[in-house]
Ligand binder design. Sequence first.
Ligand code: FAD
Ligand code: EPU
Length: 339
Amino acid sequence: MLHIQQNVSLKNFNTFGIDVSAKYFVEINRAEELIELFMDPQWTQMERLVLGGGSNVLFRKDFAGLVIHMNIHGIDYRINNQQVLVVAGAGEIWNDLVNYCVDNGFAGMENLSLIPGSVGASPVQNIGAYGVELKDIFLSCNAFEIATGEFKTFSKADCQFDYRDSIFKNDMKGHYIIVSVKFELSLVQNLRLNYGAIKDELANRGITNPTIKDVSKVVSHIRVSKLPDPSTIGNAGSFFKNPVIPKDEFDIVREHYPDVVNYATADGYVKLAAGWLIEQCGWKGKVVGNTGTWHNQALVLVNHGGATGREVYNLSSQIIDSVYSKFGVTLEREVNVIN
Ligand code: FAD
Ligand code: EPU
C-alpha cells in the first residue's frame, strides 16, 4: 500500500540543503507501485517532481505538487564472454554501483566514481566526468510512461544523449520515470587516462600499470580535492554547463583574452571552461549573503548555511550577467531549477 505523506521537508532530499517542503511526497520501492500510484487521476493532473538524490536540483520555493522519491533497489549482472551486462534499480546510489562494478572487476565506470546521486537520474543529464560519459557504457533504460501507465525500453539512440543532455530533459521531460538502467561493461579494462589530472596523480603515486581500482581511487581523490562535500556544505556540483560556442565566436573571445581555457569539440565548435570565465569576473570564492562560489572551483555555487533557493538563483543570474558583459558568452544553468 502506497503511503502518500503531506507537507514533507525536502531539506534532506536536496544536496543544496534548501529548506523547503513538498505538499505531497511518496516513496517508490517497486516499479509496480507507479502503476498503483497513477491509477488515481489526481496524481496525473498534479504538478510532479521525480527525485533521486536531489544532487542536481535547486528549489526556489515550497513544492506545491507531488514529489516522487525513487527508492527502487537491486543490482544484477550477466557475463557473456568478456562482456558484462549490469542492470540496476533507479534508486541505487550511483557511487555504490560504481564501487560494486569496480570491486567485481567490471570495467568502464571507474572514471565516473564519486558522482553523487542515483542510477535513475544518470541518463537524464548523461552524467560525465574525467573523459567518460554515461552514454559510453549505457545500453538501455526502462521507464514508466505516465500517460499510458506502461513501461517502455529506451535504447541509447532513443535517449539522444549529448553533453549534459538527453531526451529526458527535452521532449520527454516529465513524461517518463526511469525505473532501471542497463549498462554494458567489460571484463577487459580499457582505461581512459587522457585527463591530465589522472595521469599526474597516478605518477605521484608511482603507479605505472594502473587497474580500474587505481583509476577509481585517483578520480575520487581529485574530486574530493576540488569539490565541496554536500554533507558539510550545500551544493549541486557545477551550477552551469561549460559553454560550447562556434569557432568564429571563440576567435573573438580569444582575440581579447588569449589565455581563455578551451577545448576543441566536433564540428568546429569550442567548449570553454565556465569556471575560468567566472573566476576572471572576480567571483571565485566570493561570499554573497548565505551563498557564494566555491574557493577551489568557481563553477560550483554553495550554500554557506541558511541560504534560500532564491538567493542561490539570484547569485547565478548575477554571474550570468557579468560573464556575458565581459566575454559576450551566455552561461546556461546545468542544475534543474524547480518552480
Ligand atoms: P536529482 O537531483 O534527484 O534529479 C535530477 C533531475 O533528474 C531532475 O530533473 C529529476 O526530476 C530527474 N530525475 C531523477 N531521477 C529520475 C528518474 N528516476 N526518472 C526520471 N527523471 C529523474 N554531474 C555530472 O554529470 N558529473 C559530475 O562530475 C558531477 N559532479 C557533482 C559533484 C557534486 C558535489 C554534486 C553535488 C553534483 C554533481 N553532479 C555531477 C550532478 C549530479 O550528481 C548528477 O546530475 C546526478 O545524476 C543527479 O542525480 P540525482 O539522483 O541526485 O538527481
Ligand atoms: N578553472 C578555472 N577556475 C575555476 C575552475 C576551473 O580557471 O575556478 C579552469 C581550470 O583551468 C581547469 C578548467 O577550468 O583546468 C576545467 O576545470 P575542471 O577540470 O575542474 O572541470 P570543469 O570543466 O570545471 C567539468 C564538469 C564536472 C566534472 C569535471 C571533470 C561540467 C559543467 N562540469 O568541470 O562535472 O566533474 O569536468 O570531468 O561539465 C557537474 O556536472 O556537476 C560536475 C562537477
